[in-house]
Design a protein around this ligand. Structure first.
Ligand code: ADP
Length: 426
């Protein structure tokens, strides 16, 4: 600048037109600025494709600074975009429904699970008030109340079998995040638990009431005679036995549920257990004269827990004795085939109608509650069997026909087979 204006002034002074020369220099200087401004504008318009134009002096530096600024902006934008898209992907993939609400409770964004749980649809529902779409008075009250410390539990608007928990998290500028979780499993568990407590109480109440009745009679002096007293005591003993049996089964179930899976497994001599159980079954049958037989491959042992397996097998065998009329046949079989190792109990007893079969392993499920109680059954036997088999990765198969008999088969995979000595069938 100094050179341009100094030179122009000197030249103008020599020629005798200093003002004219100065003005000319000013015009050239302004023209240079305008030219660079024009280049800046053009470069700015096509900035994606080009490096900044070369320029001398202040314009060179200005171009350079703008270029650096642009580059760092572009990188920041890229970083933000990738964070945003990762965030979007992760929230979209969340198993819980997530809905972003504006301060007026209108829908701003939602993820895939929200479509599934609440039936929201991207095109038409964005911008709608959420309580227009989830039409439930308790939900509207929940939103209006503004106290979100506790979640709200409702039946799903799409499926009556499904329970949802609605939680609202306020954030930012009075915006809200609505998180909806499927709690059907939890609800089912709660119901099972309360059913279970009700069942246990019911089972205990009957014998306790009987015992109380006898005790009252004895206290009132109504049963002074020795014979009557002996009868009362016998009844009380029978009811007490029943309660002990029930409590033992409950304890077994709770142990099975709480103990870690397959801890302390060892090679179990199933054939020996079955010989002992055969004896017990004959003793239990006593005068009822069942024909109980055992076919067993003595080379087949199992990797498992002896006490559990013995309890499961004895439940099946004793059921066969209890639910088979006097003189009936009961066959116990222990064998392996190409794929599995099986224990079978077959009887020609009362049998079970098809509609009951799939429910037999539920706790306290009985086909004929009266008969089961008469035999001292707790309704927990097959639930215990199922649990034990689950813990040994085995399954229970039941085939039965009313009036013709039943077959209960425990099917173990070969992975728990332990082979001992040469095969020998007893
Ligand atoms: P329970 O203590 O009543 O025997 P379980 O869980 O062992 O309870 O059995 C459930 C029900 O299954 C029994 O009440 C009975 O009705 C039926 N059941 C079990 N085993 C047999 C069988 N071998 N023959 C006929 N019915 C059976």
């Amino acid at each position: 600048m100094a050179a341009l204006f100094g030179g122009a002034l000197l030249l103008g002074w020599l020629v005798g037109v200093p003002h004219g020369a100065f003005t000319l220099a000013l015009i050239v200087y302004l023209g240079w600025h305008l030219y660079n401004l024009y280049r800046l504008e053009r470069w700015y318009q096509r900035r994606k494709k080009r490096e900044p134009p070369d320029a001398a002096g202040i314009w060179g530096e200005a171009f350079n600074h703008i270029y650096q600024l642009q580059r760092s902006n572009r990188q920041r934008k890229k970083r933000l975009a990738s964070i945003l898209s990762r965030f979007n992907e992760s929230t979209a993939a969340l198993p819980d429904a997530t809905v972003v609400l504006t301060r007026d409770d209108c829908i701003e964004w939602f993820n895939k699970a929200a479509k599934r749980y609440l039936g929201l649809q991207a095109k038409q529902d964005i911008g709608q008030r959420i309580d227009n779409l989830i039409r439930h008075s308790r939900f509207s009250e929940f939103l209006a109340r503004g106290d979100f410390s506790e979640p709200l539990e409702l039946v799903s608007p799409l499926d009556e079998q499904r329970y949802l928990s609605f939680r609202v998290v306020p954030y930012g500028n009075k915006q809200k995040l609505l998180v909806v979780r499927d709690i059907s499993r939890l609800k089912r568990l709660e119901r099972t638990r309360s059913d279970f407590v009700a069942n246990v109480s019911h089972e205990l109440r009957t014998p306790l009431t009987v015992v109380r009745g006898y005790l009252e009679n004895m206290i009132d002096g109504a049963a002074h005679e020795a014979k009557q007293r002996a009868q009362c005591l016998q009844q009380m003993q029978a009811q007490t036995e029943r309660m002990i049996h029930l409590v033992e089964d409950l304890l077994m179930l709770s142990r099975l549920e709480n103990e870690e899976k397959m801890v302390a497994c060892s090679a179990v001599a199933v054939p020996a257990i079955l010989v002992a159980l055969l004896d017990d079954a004959r003793t239990l049958s006593g005068k009822r004269g069942h024909h109980v037989t055992l076919e067993s491959d003595t080379s087949v042992w199992l990797k498992g827990r002896e006490r559990e397996l013995s309890s499961a097998f004895s439940n099946l065998i004793f059921n066969a004795v209890l639910y088979t009329p006097n003189g009936g046949h009961i066959a116990l079989r222990w064998y392996r085939d190409d794929e599995n190792v099986c224990f079978e109990v077959q009887d020609d007893g009362v049998g079970i109608a098809a509609q009951h079969v799939h429910r037999l392993t539920e706790r306290f499920y009985r086909v004929d509650a009266g008969r089961s109680r008469e035999y001292g059954g707790t309704g927990l036997g097959l639930a215990i069997v199922k649990h034990v088999l689950d813990r040994h990765e085995a399954r229970l198969e039941i085939e039965s026909q009313p009036g013709r008999g039943s077959l209960f088969r425990c099917v173990f995979t070969k992975s728990v087979l332990v082979e001992r000595d040469a095969p020998r069938v007893l």
